[in-house]
Write a protein that binds this ligand. Structure first.
Ligand SMILES: [Zn+2]
Length: 246
C-alpha cells in the first residue's frame, strides 16, 4: 500500500481508495482520478489467489516504472484482491473460499463491493494476473469477443522472456503456443471467475495470464510486467477506441 501511495499523485494521475475490508485487511483500488472520455480504458487485477505473488509485485513494479505515462489511460487497478492469502501464501481467503469462483455470488461483501466500484463501467481491455503450479511455461486465456484478437501477438512477445507452455491441452482446453482462446457461457461453471464477470458485463477483451509457480520469481515477474507493458503501449485510434473495436 505504501508503494501504491507513492505512485498515486499528480504525475500518474492515479488515486487510491479502500472499498472494503476483508479478513482484517483493507482492500484497495487505484484508479485514474479523472476519467477522460476517449482515453482507452484498462482494468487490471492481481492477487486473488494468495499463493500467486509474482503478479502483485509485477503490477506495482510496472506502475512505478511508468508513473509518468499512465495519464493517457482510464485505469482501474485492484492491486491485491486477497492480502490475507498473500501474506500467508495461501490460495484461499480466511474462510477457505476460492474467491475466483465467487463472482456470480451476491453473498460475499468483498466481491459485491468490488463490483459496486465498477458498476456500469466498460473497459476496452481487462486483465487478470495469475500463476499456476501445473504450468510448464506461461499461458494466456483470451476470451474471444472483439477482433482483431491479440493473443497470438502477446504470446509471441512474452516468449522472448519465458517459454510458453507447449502442451496442446491445458486445464482441459485446447492450447497453441501458450494461447487458449475461449468462448464462454454463463452456465459453464457454477462459480464464476472474475474474468467471466468482466467478459459478460464490463470488457470488450478479457485476458488471464498464468505463469508457472515453480519457475524463479524474477522471471515470472518479468513476464507479467512485459504483458502489462504490451497492453499499455497499444496506441489508441482516432476515435479513441482500443484498436478501434469495442
Ligand atoms: Zn490464480
Amino acid at each position: 500500500m505504501e508503494r501504491w501511495l507513492k505512485v498515486c499523485g499528480r504525475q500518474s494521475g492515479l488515486s487510491m481508495g479502500v472499498y472494503a475490508e476483508a479478513d482484517g485487511y483493507p482492500l484497495m483500488v487505484v484508479e485514474s482520478a479523472f476519467q477522460i472520455p476517449g482515453n482507452p480504458s484498462l482494468y487490471l487485477s492481481a492477487g486473488i489467489h494468495g499463493d500467486e505473488p509474482a503478479p502483485v509485485e509485477a503490477l506495482i513494479g510496472w506502475a512505478e516504472e511508468n508513473k509518468g505515462h499512465l495519464e493517457a489511460w482510464n485505469l482501474i487497478i485492484f492491486p491485491c484482491l486477497n492480502p490475507w492469502g498473500l501474506e500467508r501464501n495461501i490460495r484461499f481467503d480466511a474462510e477457505g473460499r476460492d474467491l475466483n469462483r465467487c463472482y456470480n455470488s451476491r453473498k460475499l461483501p468483498r466481491i459485491t463491493s468490488q463490483l459496486d466500484v465498477i458498476k456500469g463501467r466498460r473497459f476496452d481491455v481487462a486483465a487478470c494476473l495469475h500463476e499456476d503450479y501445473d504450468a510448464r511455461g506461461f499461458y494466456l486465456y483470451e476470451i474471444a469477443a472483439a477482433r482483431p484478437h491479440l493473443g497470438e501477438e502477446i504470446c509471441r512477445e512474452l516468449s522472448r522472456f519465458m517459454t510458453a507452455d507447449s502442451r496442446s491441452r491445458i486445464d482441459g482446453h485446447r492450447s497453441r503456443g501458450g494461447l487458449i482462446r475461449r468462448r464462454i457461457r454463463p452456465d459453464m461453471m457454477s462459480g464464476h471467475p472474475e474474468s467471466f464477470r468482466l467478459h459478460f458485463h464490463h470488457a470488450a477483451r478479457t485476458f488471464t495470464l498464468e505463469t508457472p509457480s515453480e519457475k524463479g520469481l524474477d522471471s515470472r515477474i518479468s513476464v507479467h510486467r512485459e504483458f502489462l507493458r504490451f497492453l499499455s503501449k497499444k496506441p489508441k485510434t482516432r476515435d479513441g477506441n482500443y484498436h478501434g473495436n469495442r
